[in-house]
Design a protein around this ligand. Structure first.
Ligand SMILES: Nc1ncnc2c1ncn2[C@@H]1O[C@H](COP(=O)(O)OP(=O)(O)OP(=O)(O)O)[C@@H](O)[C@H]1O
Length: 272
């Protein structure tokens, strides 16, 4: 792994700047302008990331382990500081699905699902309705009163996903939310997420290790590489999730896009 020689002290640490005070002109949901991240141990995780996520756009991120995908979305969500460059975000109504379910162990499924909406001051009746819909979307109706320890790992991730769905967020950050699910449930959840997106048109940054998932869900697919972490290309989907269609032509186009993304990732591996 490449190590940055700069000491952390030599790097100005800047927090995420939500608009309207943002220094970066913001036309989309999130803008990254030449953003770099050097961690406290001097490791350069990201070098010069520039990207704009449009309002109502799902951007998926793929790349080898350690290329900085989580760091990108943590910075955009304001959970990790920026070392140089600027990030602007159009809204504070965000939801974040972590790699682990991160549920409160003493609260039931329903209470966990309502939590982010409650913190976001969504009125109680709206909150309850959204939680009911979200719990149904992840097919956990029978487990509403269960505690997290009574659920499997995949079920806990579905609760975490439902919590984000119930939050009434304008911007979602999702860090491999489906990785722990079996193939069948994963496909179900992908469709539920797209159903919700078609109804609400939130903006999203979605990390995945599955090229297929990245192409299926993304309007654009950000392909990253490591050492240091950077964007190597941004591929536009020929059939974005705006279209609720399932035909041969679409399947072929998605397959071609998967091959293109796969090729870009292989080029990165070849360079390392
Ligand atoms: N707090 C930290 N301090 C030092 N280095 C860190 C820290 N957090 C992450 N890193 C390093 O930064 C790099 C990017 O990490 P990050 O988690 O963003 O990558 P990723 O692409 O999301 O990885 P994965 O696909 O395995 O989840 C990695 O090399 C990681 O070891």
């Amino acid at each position: 792994m490449s190590q940055h020689t700069a000491t952390p002290e030599s790097v100005a640490e800047r927090a995420v700047t939500p608009s309207p005070d943002a220094a970066v002109p913001l036309t989309g949901a999130v803008s990254f302008a030449a953003v770099s991240k050097v961690y406290d141990n001097g490791f350069t995780a990201l070098d010069g990331i520039s990207l704009e996520v449009g309002v109502g756009e799902i951007v998926t991120l793929v790349g080898p382990s350690g290329c900085g995908k989580t760091t990108v979305i943590r910075m955009a969500a304001g959970l990790t500081s920026v070392s140089s460059g600027e990030i602007a975000r159009s809204t504070d109504r965000i939801a974040y699905v972590f790699q682990d379910a991160t549920l409160l162990p003493w609260k039931t499924v329903r209470r966990n699902v309502e939590l982010v909406a409650k913190l976001g001051k969504v009125p109680p009746d709206v909150r309850a309705r959204r939680a009911t819909d979200a719990i149904r979307a992840v097919e956990l109706e029978r487990f509403e009163s269960a505690l997290p320890r009574q659920l499997s790992g995949g079920m806990r991730m579905r609760v975490s996903l439902a919590r984000a769905m119930a939050a009434d967020a304008e911007l979602m950050f999702m860090d491999e939310p489906f990785a722990a699910l079996d193939e069948f449930t994963r496909e179900e959840m992908q469709q539920r997420l797209l159903d919700l997106w078609r109804a609400e048109r939130f903006s999203a940054m979605f990390i995945t290790h599955s090229i297929r998932e990245a192409v299926l869900l993304g309007h654009r697919i950000v392909v990253m590489d490591a050492h240091p972490g950077r964007i190597v290309d941004v591929v536009t989907s020929p059939h974005p999730p705006t279209e609720d269609r399932d035909d041969h032509e679409r399947a072929l186009a998605l397959r071609e896009t998967e091959e293109r993304v796969s090729g870009l990732l292989a080029e990165g591996r070849g360079r390392r």
